[in-house]
Design a protein around this ligand. Structure first.
Ligand SMILES: [Fe+2]
Ligand SMILES: [Fe+2]
Length: 139
């Protein structure tokens, strides 16, 4: 998920949509597990969800910062502030995912983690739309 695909709106958007749809569905399933009191399965599911965030969405963010964002900053210096804002979104995703991991390891509250999973989804949804709009020409 790097190189030329990230520079094309349709290809890049489909990467966003596929990854987002998966974590959204996984979060809905996780909520059901906890609603039914299936704690042990819930904790196992969370490890899979966190891995998914890391391997698909945060890895995608890392590769943008190492490639696409550097190129855009060079080619369109007027977008420098926008790039800074988009990188802040990536940082929020990393921070929230890290906070969930810590909470899980410390045997914290599943309700608190569910709120944080929803926050990840909200940040990621707006981030993806802004990236498509400002960097890839979606109006
Ligand atoms: Fe991004
Ligand atoms: Fe992206």
């Amino acid at each position: 998920m790097s190189g030329p695909a990230l520079r094309q709106l349709a290809a890049h958007r489909s990467i966003h949509e596929a990854a987002h749809g998966q974590v959204k569905d996984m979060t809905a399933s996780l909520r059901l597990l906890y609603e039914k009191g299936r704690e042990e399965e819930g904790r196992k599911a969370e490890k899979v969800i966190l891995e998914h965030w890391s391997d698909h969405i945060i890895a995608h963010a890392d590769s943008e910062e190492e490639g696409l964002y550097l190129d855009v900053r060079k080619e369109r210096p007027e977008l420098s502030d926008t790039i800074t804002q988009l990188k802040r979104d990536h940082d929020l995703l990393r921070k929230i995912a890290g906070a969930i991991e810590e909470n899980l390891e410390a045997d914290g509250s599943a309700d608190e983690r569910l709120v944080m999973y929803e926050s990840l989804l909200v940040v990621n949804w707006h981030h993806s739309r802004d990236e498509e709009k400002y960097l890839l020409g979606e109006s």
